[in-house]
Design a binder for this molecule. Structure first.
Ligand code: PLP
Length: 437
């Protein structure tokens, strides 16, 4: 058996953990984020040039799972989780520019990749018959739907989703409340920050944990970050195979989970060129890359609501990857794209090129349109299907959006969510009351 890769917290580093514990725990005990002791190195020649996305994922992730109980199941986990297309297709308006579409999973956003991988790992780590586990998720929209879809009807697991009542799109709210069975949606009379605080308070309550075992499926979990690396590796290797040039990416960015996956793939030695972060009006990352000291701040609401983040949690992992500011600033570019430009980009592309983008993808498209024509071959990363954001797009375009079949099926059943006041103790009471439900 090969030498196991161990993991440490970004904040401490004394305690080394195995990948199965890292995936089960989500957050490190000291509140930091887990990182591998060192990033493995790979070569394009290590990969099957004609392999599927799941084949690429197995080769890419094998060193992260080396010597672990999950290692033998990795090929099956990858096939289960990555069972939908992640196409890299040419854009109509610009020669040589591509779009990497990450929205063909069950909930129509890229978060399906991480959530499905996490669920596939949990199925092995907590087989039917073990103590039931409650997975708590605070969501501003897309995470909750992806996690609910991934864990729906999984034995031994119940999912409890908290979302801010009235602050997610009607279609997003429907996606959260439509599952039933082992998935419970709570609409909280408060903000996303209230939801997050309530979840953290429950997770940190040892007395409650002893009665009701809890875990989270937060975006800081390595079990979500690692599988996201596979679509960057797969598309970049496919491009390399045909063109022998590295592919560059423009990534819509909020908490930095998606973009960090791209950075790590490049650090592992695969042919990725430039990486450009497209942010909304939340300026924390752009200001840092302009040369200001890193200073997290409260989030402001924008049309690209899944990127409304003022304190990107994965920045800690980026710092671990490049400990010196000067090195880090040399590795990435960042731009801020405000609501007016998001609107302008959506309308212009719909009118001139008959292409529709969700508000998040529109930030990246705006960045592409500002880059010189002869610059590197670029892939814009499309993080969600436009039909998920009908409440933004339809008033701008003046026509109803076509809904893809998977999303339509999800919107079919009636949705229900229980109301909850934004108090930590009320959530704990709710969790205790439903211990056997
Ligand atoms: C979550 C999300 C993002 C932001 O991704 P991060 O990993 O948080 O940077 C962008 N677009 C969509 C549609 C999302 O759901």
């Amino acid at each position: 058996m090969s030498e196991p890769l161990l993991y440490r917290s970004t904040r401490g580093g004394r305690h080394a953990a195995r990948i199965d514990d890292v995936i089960a725990a989500g957050l490190a005990p000291d509140g930091g984020l887990y990182v591998p002791e060192a990033l493995p190195r790979l070569d394009p020649a290590d990969f099957d040039a004609h392999g599927s996305l799941a084949d690429t994922a197995v080769t890419l992730l094998r060193p992260f799972f080396a010597g672990n109980v999950l290692s033998d199941a990795l090929p099956e986990i990858c096939r289960e989780a990555l069972n939908f297309e992640v196409p890299l297709r040419p854009l109509r308006h610009r020669r040589g520019a591509m779009m990497l579409e990450l929205f063909h999973g069950p909930s129509a956003a890229f978060k399906d990749v991480g959530a499905r991988f996490l669920a596939a790992c949990f199925r092995r780590l907590r087989p039917a018959g073990s103590t039931p586990l409650t997975i708590l998720v605070a969501t501003s929209g897309d995470t909750g739907a992806a996690v609910a879809a991934a864990f729906h009807r999984q034995p031994g697991v119940r999912v409890v989703i908290l979302y801010p009542d009235g602050r997610v799109s009607p279609r997003q709210a429907h996606q959260l409340g439509c599952f039933g069975d082992n998935v419970h949606a709570l609409r909280v009379a408060g903000s996303f920050d209230d939801c997050q605080r309530m979840v953290k308070s429950a997770l940190n309550d040892e007395v409650l944990q002893a009665q009701v075992p809890l875990s989270s499926a937060n975006s800081i979990s390595l079990g979500r970050l690692l599988p996201q690396m596979s679509y960057y590796a797969h598309s970049a290797l496919g491009w390399w195979h045909h063109h022998r040039t590295p592919l560059s990416f423009i990534v819509p960015t909020g908490n930095l989970g998606n973009a960090l996956a791209c950075v790590w793939v490049r650090e592992m030695g695969l042919p990725i060129g430039e990486i450009h972060l497209a942010c909304n009006a939340n300026m924390t990352l752009c200001d840092y890359f302009e040369g200001d000291p890193y200073s997290p701040r409260p989030a402001i609401p924008t049309l690209a609501n899944a990127m409304d983040v003022g304190a990107p949690s994965n920045f800690e992992r980026l710092r671990w990857t490049f400990p010196h500011d000067a090195d880090l600033r040399a590795e990435l570019h960042a731009s801020s794209v405000g609501d007016e430009r998001i609107v302008e980009t959506i309308v212009r592309h719909a009118k001139n090129h008959d292409e529709l983008f969700c508000p998040h993808t529109a930030t990246a498209m705006h960045v592409l349109d500002g880059l010189p024509d002869d610059h590197a071959p670029w892939a814009v990363v499309a993080t969600a299907h436009p039909a998920k954001f009908e409440s933004v797009l339809e008033p701008l375009l003046g026509f109803p959006l076509e809904v893809p079949p998977a999303l339509a099926a999800m919107l079919e059943p009636r949705a229900t969510a229980e109301p909850l006041v934004a108090e930590d103790e009320l959530l704990k009471g709710w969790l205790r009351g439903r211990v056997t439900a």
